[in-house]
Write a protein that binds this ligand. Structure first.
Ligand code: GDP
Ligand code: MG
Length: 423
């Protein structure tokens, strides 16, 4: 059984909390793209955790966690994240964490390049998390990246790195006027953190192949959402990797297997962090009220998230891109304090109402078409069964289902593991 959990919107839908919940029945959890720009918050009986690089299955003792070849790994960040979790009593060993030898290393100079470029762009910035993600994926496709497996042979690595730095410094120095990066400081970084990770690095593809053959249950965990996918998202305000479920077998390391089930995570309202068009965006007091109610501040960066009503046009597209067989609607409780709710049911573009998500460069011209619905205005955080939900909340869910042409299976009403309802 191979399942993918992915985001239907712009990210921060609560993928981490759903992986934490649903991984109870799984043997393996695999991250397949992205790096430490992810922020997956999980609240369970062990405490509250923010995971950037580690798969959310790390909090379950019987789950083996894989960091796939599609990921970009900041090794210092990973070592520190592992230490943070260990301090909180989470067991991490080569038995329950396996890092792909083919995952690429996100270097300090990639972080530097990311910051230099965002600064150069100034008010035209892309809203990068400044963690080097764009530059390292660029390097990967230019075939100028170092992979985790290269940490086993430092002599060979040093000679490759020397060539790469000759090339990278041309950009850092001549384009940005920065101080050149030295081979010795970069090697020292790789040695220091790489050494601590060696026991975890292996051919994870072989491991997964064996697990799949033994009928183990494998779950893929995405970072970000469909609208940040490099191909299908709101380019260029996307992430630099494919966030969609279809990429999971490739970035996870078993391209020869198919996904049996795609579970899409969709938020009960819209949030987006960073720059780019966000059609149904709220501003002013309306935005502040929703942001506060939902605690919408980036887990990885602390940045206030932009907020808006549920967006049917974007979500319908997200469901399609994820091929979602099942949908989890998260954070419904956040809407409890609003007597009236809005849903963005269409976009108005050039005098026409559209419901198919348009080409990215058309988005700034779109205006949201809003429909008002009655709120429930009562706390639903304690609801655990469909029958516990107020009729207005059920109506809200049903309205979304009708507009999306899709069924919602799970509803979450709190950040804690058990705060959910199966419809
Ligand atoms: P991810 O990046 O998709 O894993 O999502 P994040 O963890 O960045 O953002 C989701 C936030 O909402 C986290 O702080 C979660 O603890 C919190 N959360 C998740 N589900 C619920 C829910 O049903 N209700 C409330 N109030 N908070 C939730
Ligand atoms: Mg997040």
């Amino acid at each position: 059984m191979i399942t993918a959990i992915s985001g239907i919107n712009w990210g921060d839908e609560g993928k981490g909390r759903m992986v934490d919940l649903l991984s109870e029945d799984y043997d393996v959890v695999v991250r397949y793209q992205g790096g430490n720009n992810a922020g997956h918050t999980v609240v369970n009986e062990k405490g509250k955790f923010i995971l950037n690089l580690l798969p959310s299955g790390i909090l379950r003792e019987n789950v083996v966690n894989v960091m796939g070849n599609g990921m970009v790994v900041d090794i210092k960040h990973l070592v520190e994240e592992m230490a943070r979790l260990k301090e909180k009593g989470i067991k991490i060993s080569p038995e329950n964490l396996k890092i792909s030898d083919k995952a690429v290393i996100c270097m300090p100079y990639n972080v530097m390049q990311d910051c230099l470029e965002e600064n150069r762009l100034a008010d035209k910035k892309y809203g990068s998390t400044r963690r080097g993600i764009g530059p390292i994926y660029g390097d990967k496709y230019m075939k100028k990246a170092i992979r985790m497996g290269e940490l086993f042979d430092l002599d060979l690595l040093e000679s490759r790195l020397s060539d790469i730095l000759d090339w990278k410094n041309l950009t850092l120095v001549n384009v940005y006027g920065a101080i050149p990066v030295t081979l010795s400081e970069t090697m020292a970084h790789l040695k220091k953190y790489g050494e601590q990770l060696l026991p975890f690095i292996c051919d994870t593809s072989l491991y997964l192949e064996k697990a799949a053959k033994e009928n183990k249950k494998i779950m893929f965990e995405a970072q970000l959402g469909a609208l940040r996918d490099i191909d299908f998202g709101i380019y260029p305000y996307t992430s630099s990797s494919n966030t969609i479920a279809a990429y999971a077998p490739i970035g996870g390391g078993i391209p020869n297997y198919k996904i049996d089930k795609s579970i899409g995570i969709m938020k009960a309202y819209s949030t987006c962090v960073g720059e780019g068009p966000f059609t149904a965006e709220y501003f002013g007091e309306k935005a502040d009220a929703l942001r506060e109610a939902g605690g919408e501040y980036g887990a990885a960066t602390g940045r206030p998230r932009r907020v808006g009503p549920f967006d049917v046009v974007a979500s319908k597209y997200g469901i399609r891109m994820q091929g979602a067989d099942e949908i989890a609607l998260t954070k419904l409780d956040v809407l409890s304090s609003f007597p009236e709710l809005e849903i963005c049911v269409a976009y108005s573009l050039d005098g026409e109402e559209i419901t198919d998500f348009p080409f990215s460069q058309k988005l700034p011209l779109c205006k949201p078409v809003l429909k008002k619905v009655k709120g429930w205005n009562t706390d639903i955080g304690g609801c655990r069964k469909k029958e516990d939900l107020p009729v207005e909340a059920l109506n809200y869910i049903e309205t979304l289902e009708n507009l999306l042409g899709a069924k919602i299976k799970y509803v979450s009403v709190g950040a804690e593991r058990e705060a959910y309802i199966v419809l």
